[in-house]
Design a protein around this ligand. Structure first.
Ligand SMILES: [Zn+2]
Length: 414
């Protein structure tokens, strides 16, 4: 098997501070063999003497970053503004499956080598995961939850995860696990599904508690979709591991920040995936229209206000030491796949350091997702998943958009 010795300007190894100047990465399809500082230390002759065929790639003007991890996406959603209800009523499951495949490929080409799908039609995400694992289609590694646990008629019920009462919830968690779920997603509060009280509770405390307990019994992590302060308070009464969105919102959508609850998150070791840029692509698009209709203006104002409030919550949570991992909510609304840098840029504007942001999209996410033995880091023993970027992402996190090459399991993708 041919092996490759890659020389680059710098290697970010996935740890918070790890920066290797004049980096040398030695890898083959089985994984990373060595990571060394100093081009002169490239062990070409050592491997050749051992009878290996060695290819040397000189890329001294690029930075190397571990393959990115997007910890919140919806593969089944087209990301063109179509609502979930519309997707399931106007598209066949075959078409939805193709959309999911396209999304996965799009993410991979942008350097995202691991995706955590936070909810979809179970058949679609489980099938895609298995097709990628078999090598039938190209895509990132997937961590999937199948259908999120929701109440009858509750938020994102069209993904197929309706259950009421503790018995049904327990059974649904067990079914998802049987299908191959890597984690459990609990829809604790409402959201933008037709007929749902947006900021209302979607499940009761005993129901949420029971889903979390059942996940833990099965050695799975549980994360909750939460879009209100009431929801944050409720899930923090359980042993939940992660929170998606974690909006500190009152019933009317105004900011209702509770410092004590944020501190409680820190104390409990909870990781938040806030999906900061979920509405940003739409705000950007509407912002560019010269002569907006009254309806467009109304939508633009509403979403701009939503963003403003979200950024305020995010800033305060950073100040209070809440721990974040990177997630886009790609697929939802008009949010595209592969644009992880865009959300990270927003987080940087709210006060997070580039160092911490890069970590939140690589090693930290891998640690939290339980995949760091192989993913998230550039060190011996890990898979050779990485991207080459033209400019230094530690100087400006949006440099992650300047992707030159992507490698997955040691194979060049682009
Ligand atoms: Zn989502």
């Amino acid at each position: 098997m041919e092996m490759t010795i890659l020389k680059v300007k710098k290697i970010y190894d996935g740890t918070r501070k790890g920066e290797i100047p004049e980096g040398v990465l030695v890898f083959d399809e089985t994984g990373i063999l060595e990571v060394l500082p100093g081009w002169e230390n490239a062990p070409v002759s050592r491997y050749e003497q051992a009878g290996r065929s060695v290819a040397v790639i000189d890329a001294r003007d690029v930075c190397l970053v571990p393959g990115l991890i997007d910890s919140h996406v919806h593969l089944m959603m087209p990301g063109d503004g179509m609502k979930g209800e519309e997707v399931v009523s106007t598209m066949s499951q075959g078409e939805i499956q193709l959309v999911a495949g396209r999304n996965a490929a799009q993410a991979l080409f942008a350097g995202v080598t691991t995706l955590r799908d936070c909810g979809g039609i179970a058949d679609v995400t489980f099938s895609l995961k298995s097709a990628i694992e078999k090598g039938l289609v190209a895509g990132p590694d997937l961590l999937v939850c199948g259908s999120p646990i929701t109440s009858t008629g509750g938020h994102i019920h069209y993904m197929g995860g309706e259950a009421d009462g503790e018995e049904e919830i327990r059974r649904l968690v067990r079914r998802q696990k049987k299908r191959g779920a890597d984690f459990v997603k609990i829809v604790a509060t409402g959201g933008g599904t037709r007929g749902v009280v947006v900021k209302g509770m979607n499940l009761t405390l005993p129901e949420i508690n029971c889903a979390v307990e059942e996940a833990h019994r099965l050695h799975l992590k549980a994360t909750a979709h939460v879009n209100s302060t009431k929801g944050v308070e409720t899930v923090l009464k359980t042993e939940i591991d992660g929170i998606e969105h974690a909006y500190f919102s009152a019933f009317d959508g105004t900011v209702d920040y509770q410092k004590r609850e944020a501190e409680n998150m820190v104390k409990k070791g909870i990781v938040v995936c806030q999906t900061l840029e979920v509405m940003e692509p739409k705000v950007e698009r509407l912002g560019k229209i010269k002569n907006r209709t009254a309806q467009e203006t109304q939508e633009y104002d509403r979403l701009s206000l939503f963003q403003e409030r979200l950024f305020e919550m995010h800033r305060r949570m950073i100040e209070d030491g809440v721990s974040f991992i990177a997630g886009t909510d790609a697929g939802w609304n008009e949010c595209p796949f592969g644009r992880v840098w865009h959300g990270l840029k927003k987080m940087a504007e709210c006060g997070m350091s580039n160092e911490e942001l890069l970590y939140s999209a690589t090693g930290k996410a891998a640690d939290w997702l339980g995949i760091s033995e192989k993913r998230g880091y550039l060190r011996a023993g890990c898979a050779a998943d990485f991207l080459m970027v033209r400019e230094d992402p530690r100087k400006d996190i949006s440099n992650l958009r300047l992707v030159e090459q992507v490698y997955k399991n040691g194979i060049r993708i682009r």
